[in-house]
Design a protein around this ligand. Structure first.
Ligand code: PLP
Length: 343
């Protein structure tokens, strides 16, 4: 590691960021109350502001995106029905069976290399109601941007086509928008446009936006007040949580437009690894390699922390705490290791 780098460059995820001094200041001075009594003004203001931004009636603050997704799918899919989603989406790959275990929801998956919706496959999979003894499709869930597919953005026209399809088939649409901020910055599509296409959308403040904790589920007022009850049932009713919501509010206000920097830094890393610009649409760089575990280890030895996705893919994620210089250094290291192990 060069002498100028005092510690490792951590590209394992965009969740590893430290709260900034200004964010901590906002947390320290937040006006708070008991949010289970709905008396925390900081939480209420954030819920209203974010819901309004996405064109939804209401929002519910949650500690994690996993819980937000759980509440979202529960709002759209009754026990014994199913949600269709892409095979590498967070709800099937990273939520550890919660939708099935807790709510009796089953999933069936389509596959797409970019993680995007495939109307042909979705249409073929769709299960219309055939009585109480067969599973019916109640919702489709899509991820924008898509994490395990490499931060891909779903085309607005594709989302619109899916929305139209959902309406025709009396099916509901969930958008997992953990990184919807990145999608909006990359595509120029507004958060409101994205929001209006979904029956329920979930968003995270703790990924690219750099808050320490916090996600939100957004939808119609009735849906969200029911989700509030379910959140309490699951043990996640929170008290003076405005301390945390203040960080999310700070991130939402100040850290959205700067995501462009993360995207440029990811491009830089991708270029060193031989990827075309189009292969790095946002802040996630995924490279196909021979031996992911070995590259992860050798990169760590040189001060660059990344993760592996299975045996033949490495993933580097840029974020708030990564400078262009760090991205360049990391890109050089990864580029060399990728080239060396390819031989
Ligand atoms: C991180 C993430 C979530 C939520 O994860 P938590 O760690 O529970 O906050 C949901 N969806 C996607 C696509 C994610 O990347």
């Amino acid at each position: 590691m060069p002498a100028t780098l005092s510690h490792a460059i951590d590209l394992r995820s965009d969740t590893v960021t430290q709260p900034t001094a200004a964010m901590r200041q906002a947390m320290a001075t937040a006006v708070v109350g008991d949010d289970v009594y709905q008396e925390d003004p900081t939480v209420k203001a954030l819920e209203e502001r974010v819901a309004d931004t996405f064109g939804h009636e209401a929002g519910l603050f949650t500690p994690t995106g996993t819980l937000a997704n759980l509440l979202a799918i529960n709002a759209l899919v009754p026990a014994g029905a199913e949600v269709l989603c892409e095979g590498t989406s967070h709800i099937v790959r990273a939520e550890l069976g919660a939708h099935a275990q807790i709510f009796g929801v089953t999933t069936r998956t389509w596959s797409h290399p970019h993680g995007t919706p495939d109307l042909e496959q979705i249409t073929a999979m769709f299960a219309p109601p055939m009585g109480d003894l067969l599973v019916r499709t109640a919702a489709v869930s899509v991820e924008n941007t898509h994490n395990f597919a490499g931060g891909t953005v779903i085309d607005l026209s594709q989302l619109q086509a899916l929305r139209d399809w959902a309406d025709q088939n009396k099916c509901q649409l969930h958008i997992d928008g953990a990184r919807i901020w990145n999608a909006a910055v990359a595509s120029g599509v507004s958060l409101r446009q994205y929001g209006k296409l979904a029956d329920v959308i979930t968003v995270c403040f703790s990924k690219g936006l750099g808050a320490p904790i916090g996600s939100m589920v957004l939808g119609q007022a009735e849906v969200i007040s029911h989700a509030r009850v379910v959140r309490k049932r699951l043990g996640a009713g929170m008290r003076q949580v405005g301390v945390v919501a203040a960080a999310a509010e700070y991130a939402f206000t100040h850290h959205r437009t700067r995501l462009e920097e993360d995207h440029l830094n990811a491009q830089l890393i991708g270029r060193y690894c031989g990827l075309e610009p189009a292969a790095v649409p946002t802040n996630i760089v995924i490279v196909e390699v021979n031996d992911a575990a070995r590259i992860v280890q050798e990169a760590a030895n040189r001060g660059v922390l990344i993760s592996s996705l299975g045996r033949t893919k490495i993933r580097a994620v840029t974020h708030l705490d990564i400078t262009a210089d760090q991205a360049r250094y990391a890109g050089r290291v990864l580029g060399e290791l990728v080239a060396a192990t390819a031989r």
